[in-house]
Design a protein around this ligand. Structure first.
Ligand SMILES: [Zn+2]
Ligand SMILES: [Zn+2]
Length: 434
């Protein structure tokens, strides 16, 4: 190999990376060159011409001072030092240290205690090494990326005091040593909690104007929205500022109607804060901040750090979530107490068939759902006013359960009572995820 191509110690050692574990590639390369030099010197003292040539070759390779010294002492012809055939002498303690220091400097902007370093290598360089390996039938090598990430990682740990974490690092760094560039990506923080909604007409997420889809038009006063704010923003914006994050995403276990309240224990959510500078967040202070700013509209409690897995759980369990609603309903005629107790009996553990409600059909498309209604309690407030407490499987459209949506929901309250609801106000009082 060395007769044909000059190689630095890293690139020579890397061809034998699977041998003698525990050694660095630089140590492997240095050891091989040292062994060759010792052998060649002994042969040279016995007058071997070939041995002198070997010493000259070793001397023209980088990384072995002793070979150059010996060549000079023996008065051998010297061709001068040639750059490494594979890496062009890009690998080296100095380059690694310089890179680690540059990364460490930039990392000062962030709060973190663990990182994971990845490497990117130019294709041309990879091709060069592949060709080299097939030329010499090398089967004990490893990827050049490993040399870069291992060596820089070691120095970076020393410089920053942070640990390497392979499963959930705070920061992911991708370094391109050959272009002397790198990319820092702080991984998102996940905070879970529950929210209450104390005011009607707040959608869970930003609701764009039906007319202009967010561009702004006369209908929406150029706001681009149907509603001025959302639960997502009331929770996410203060948190984003608090963590000095670039963006956020609000994940919740299902959603309530825009005009429904959320009371009682509240609805579970997970807030994902993307690209945060701060991650040692005082969650009790964040909770106060959100609740002060959203006073009267939205309230959060029980904030806790969590992981991405919790987001998947939220989504996965959402169809199995049971929710309790309170619906105050005014009918067009008087309702008898007998009818209501009949209704309570009938509406215990029944499967409700629902076609997509007319009011959301434009957005959702028509399909048939089957949702379980676990329990319905009805309390007469006035001759024509009933308070329904309804516990049902997540995803059941409660408004339609009561008014029937022109027979698109079966069975329904209006049909059974033989009365038409005129006004209804809906609140979610509990969301159970277990
Ligand atoms: Zn090299
Ligand atoms: Zn508009």
């Amino acid at each position: 190999m060395l007769r044909k191509y000059p190689l630095c110690n890293y690139c020579l050692g890397r061809q034998f990376a699977r041998l003698a574990p525990g050694m660095s590639n630089r140590e492997r390369g240095t050891s091989i060159k040292n062994a060759l030099l010792l052998e060649a010197h002994q042969e040279a003292t016995l007058g071997s011409e070939e041995a002198s040539e070997k010493i000259s070759i070793l001397a023209s390779n980088g990384g072995l001072q002793e070979a150059a010294m010996l060549a000079e002492r023996l008065g051998l012809e010297r061709t001068g030092r040639k750059p490494c055939h594979i890496c062009g002498d890009s690998l080296g303690e100095e380059a690694f240290t310089a890179m680690a220091q540059k990364i460490g400097d930039q990392l000062r902007e962030y709060e973190y205690s663990s990182f994971l370093l990845g490497g990117s290598v130019p294709i041309t360089l990879r091709e060069k090494e592949d060709a080299f390996r097939s030329e010499f039938s090398i089967t004990t090598g490893e990827d050049i990326k490993n040399d870069v990430t291992r060596e820089i990682g070691k120095i970076l740990q020393r410089v920053t005091g942070a640990d390497v974490d392979y499963t959930s690092p705070h920061i992911t760094i991708v370094v391109n040593l050959f272009g002397m560039t790198f990319d820092i990506k702080p991984n998102p923080i996940f905070v879970k909690g529950r929210y209450l909604k104390h005011s009607r007409n707040i959608p869970q997420s930003v609701w764009h104007c039906r007319e202009c889809w967010g561009r702004g038009c006369p209908r929406c006063n150029n706001t681009g929205r149907e509603y001025p704010t959302s639960v997502s923003e009331l929770v996410g914006v203060p948190a984003k500022e608090f963590a000095e994050a670039m963006d956020f995403k609000f994940h919740a276990a299902g959603r309530e109607d825009v005009d429904a309240l959320v009371e009682g224990t509240g609805r579970p959510f997970v807030l994902e804060l993307k690209h945060p500078r701060k991650r040692r967040l005082a969650l009790d202070r964040l909770e106060r901040l959100i609740n002060e700013r959203a006073a009267g509209l939205v309230e959060v409690h029980g904030l806790e750090f969590t992981t991405r897995r919790e987001v998947r759980n939220l989504k996965a369990f959402s169809p199995r979530t049971s929710k309790t609603y309170v619906a105050e309903t005014e009918f067009d005629s008087e309702i008898s107490a007998d009818k209501l107790s009949e209704l309570e009996q009938m509406f215990t553990n029944v499967v409700v068939e629902q076609r997509t409600p007319t009011r959301v059909m434009a957005r959702r498309g028509d399909r048939l759902r089957h949702k379980t209604l676990y329990e319905l309690k009805a309390e007469l407030q006035a001759p024509d006013k009933v308070v329904f407490t309804i516990r049902a499987q997540g995803g059941l459209y409660v408004k339609e359960l009561i008014d029937g949506d022109n027979g698109r929901t079966k069975p329904n309250v209006a049909e059974l009572l033989g009365a038409k609801p005129l006004r209804m106000s809906l609140s979610v009082v509990a969301v159970e995820t277990s």
